[in-house]
Design a protein around this ligand. Sequence first.
Ligand code: MLT
Ligand code: ZN
Length: 474
Amino acid sequence: MSDIAAVLERELGAGRVIGPGDDRLDDYGRDESPALLVPDDARHPPACAVLCERTDEVAAVLRVCAERGVPVVPRGAGSGMTGGCLPVAGGVVLSTERMQRVVEIAEDDLVAVVEPGVITGRLQEAVEARGLFYPPDPASLDFCSIGGNAATCAGGPRAFKYGVTREYVLGLEVALMGGEVLRVGRRTSKGVTGYDLVAGFVGSEGTFGVITELTVKLLPLPPGVATVLGVFADVPAASAAITALLRRGIRPRVLELADRASIDHVRPRARYRFPDGAGAIVLVEVDGDPDALDAEVERIGQACEGAGALDVLAAQSASERRALWEARRLISKSLRDAHRVKLNEDVCVPRGAITEMLARIARTSADLDLPIAVFGHAGDGNLHVNVLSDDDPADPAVARRLDQAVHRVLADTIDLRGTLSGEHGIGVTKRDVMTLEQSERVLEWQRRWKAMWDPAGLLNPGKVLPRRRGACSE
Ligand code: MLT
Ligand code: ZN
């Protein structure tokens, strides 16, 4: 066992440290990010992984590692897609996966207090059983954790109406490098006392501190939900339907889009028989008073038909709604299963630029002879752009084309006044392209902000911020 592993085992007790030689350690050097997007100099195994169960244990790990100058990488469920929890500089992976307590669900206060390892879907079930609602719904909600959601400010389809994780985190307990434990934020839904430190921690990708407890806002559970699937010949027709339904004053909670390449990948697996000419789908979901939903569904149907829909299906029962969601939920896995390479970008463009962005992506795909499938959260302009290939990425010519495709997608996003990541974060995979979007001055102020919390740069090093120009290491 390495020195630091032995020290931490003495501190936390037996069974909490996974050290060298333990097969499980490899898992703590991986997440859901495409391996090809992780820079070569960022591939390091951790010295060990520590399974913390309480705040004082998290604080102890941060104290011991600070004293010894050892990097610490916080990790939730490992479902991130940009390498945010990869131990790119080695050191200790601090896992909160065992911190799984729902401490409190306060119905009158409309808040829940939870530990960071609680699986997001489990929290939703627990509050829904009491007629309450926690809206953020990342696609990974069955296995991602609420602490990781806060660290990355995760989104999901329902963000269109309800917003992302940031809107729901009212207060946090965080442990800082060195071992200090702070409580920031509040329990009330309103509150403007002092600077908004919660907003700083949420989305900081574990580079400011380790979240050890969250107080999240809940809403009353909407009494009814209806889902509509519109099938179109192409993306412009689908976009026209989206514009038309928004102009009719409908405020869906979900407004999802998928292109022809995505449909073609799920077609063999989905129970729904897509019409032959299907080139785009729009999935719309509304919620509220069940008596009012029929009329809304009718108006959504009219908007779809007015834009030339090839088919429109509507559902209100849970099982029928699940059937309509099936195609959308299958997309990511179908793409991954079908191709040797799947590079998933997570760009966000102003909603009015979606059609232009898809046209540019189609040109990139044709110019570089690489299939690209696009799906995602059209309501927010948040597009999951998947560059696909069956060629060997170890071939330099293939790697160059893939790299060009990704860079064109990112450059077009910025050109259309979009942003590099809508919900997956920057992590390590997009760290070095931050300069496409943010000025050196803005990056410098962010480095100072990071240094305030972690002056020695030991907490989750190598993430989010690109290296200073001319610097050869972090
Ligand atoms: C999604 O919306 O499905 C995810 O954010 C992206 C993915 O799973 O590829
Ligand atoms: Zn998404």
